[in-house]
Design a protein around this ligand. Structure first.
Ligand SMILES: [Zn+2]
Length: 384
């Protein structure tokens, strides 16, 4: 048994009273939370900093890890997508797997215990199956033409079935509103709702998406020209992309990723649903060189969590690094709310809050030591 105390202990939702200590067994399982006065002080391991549950990375693409340093920054989302599409297959399977293994290991070493991870293909399944990290895999589907939605949906189910053969948990996810038809989004949303599974979509990541839905000339048209896909039949709804599909996404466990160009009216309209907004600040700076207006989400009391996105658009998969960007941009964010975003909110978004994201007696949800100083959150080490 180990008795752990720290300057402060965060339970995933709020700070515990300073007189409390944690009792964990040799496997890291939390046995009890008791008052210091009940314990002999010589038995206590004290840490300088904050101790809290392991981090949940709500958005990652482990299968793109081999694209580290392969893509030029600040070229905008559409150029980024083109480069990912052309470069991702320039590497053999072994090189792809080796990069993913290393990225998975580094995430674990940086205190991440659970990940919401996008897969377009099966290349990372084996790695996720043998990882110490818990993965919820989003099988991502792309298809703007409604006539193809049934075929694409069936292909997604086949890949999901293959994932489940590795004993991994997953659900289906449309890539984005500009690359997935409303019919396809609807099919996926219904499937996930029926099976009580998390839903995820890249949302309002670039201004080009807003223009595309408004019927204005947009780089997204160039992307379809580049891909040789005719979209003349596409009828722009002349509302924001989010408002065009908000009515059909699940009422809960809906994870909207990026939200860089989300406006206040979108957030207000979204209150009809229980949305988990996932921010990936480092990737936003890399791709679009801008950040969401976080204060809008805070002012409307929204649930938000954090993701790293992939190594194609990030220098490291490190949630404290992401949190520090947010703290610098929005100084009003409390340390409590950022810690909750890193733990409980991420777990809730993935539907795993009974296993991760908070201190649960009888479970090992990871224990991280972190320090907070002047708009900076630093991961120090794993305690369990
Ligand atoms: Zn992404």
């Amino acid at each position: 048994m180990r008795i752990i105390s720290a300057n402060s202990i965060f339970n995933g939702i709020n700070f515990l009273s300073q007189e409390m200590v944690l009792i964990i067994d040799d496997f890291g399982i939390l046995k009890d939370i008791v008052k210091k006065t009940e314990i002999q002080s010589s038995e206590i391991e004290h840490y300088d900093g904050i101790i809290g549950p392991g981090f949940v990375n709500a958005h990652c693409h482990l299968e793109l890890s081999h694209l580290f340093c392969q893509i030029k920054p600040n070229q905008g989302l559409i150029e980024f997508i083109k480069q990912v599409m052309t470069k991702r297959n320039n590497f053999n399977r072994k090189a792809q797997e080796d990069s993913a293994i290393e990225a998975d290991f580094k995430m674990w070493e940086s205190g991440i215990v659970a990940v919401g991870d996008i897969s377009n293909v099966n290349s990372s399944f084996k790695i996720k199956a043998s990882s110490k990290i818990y993965y919820h895999t989003f099988i991502e589907l792309i298809g703007l033409n409604p006539l193809q939605s049934e075929t694409i949906f069936e292909k997604g189910l086949t890949l999901l079935n293959e994932l489940e053969n590795y004993n991994l948990i997953g659900s289906l996810a449309p890539h984005s509103p500009y690359s997935s038809s409303k019919l396809l989004i609807n099919k996926i949303a219904n499937y996930n709702s029926l099976n009580n599974l998390a839903f995820s979509i890249h949302n309002q990541e670039s201004e080009e998406e807003t223009k595309f839905f408004a019927g204005k000339s947009s780089d997204i048209d160039d992307l379809f020209t580049y891909l040789n896909i005719d979209i003349n039949w596409f009828n722009p709804p002349k509302i924001s992309s989010l408002l065009s599909y908000l009515d059909i996404i699940p009422n809960k466990k809906s994870l909207l990723v990026h939200n860089t160009f989300c406006r206040e009216e979108d957030i207000i309209a979204s209150k009809s649903k229980f949305i988990n907004w996932c921010f990936c600040p480092s990737a936003n700076l890399f791709i679009e060189n801008t950040l969401p207006n976080y204060d809008l989400f805070l002012n409307h009391n929204q649930n938000w969590c954090l993701g790293t996105d992939s190594l194609a658009s990030n220098q490291k998969l490190d949630l404290c690094f992401e949190a520090s960007i947010l703290l610098a941009k929005s100084p009003l964010i409390s340390i409590e709310s950022i810690l909750k975003a890193l733990t409980y909110n991420g777990a809730m978004a993935l539907g795993i809050e009974d296993k991760f994201g908070k201190l649960i007696i009888g479970k090992n949800t990871g224990l991280n030591l972190i320090q907070h100083s002047d708009k900076q959150l630093n991961f120090i080490k794993k305690i369990a």
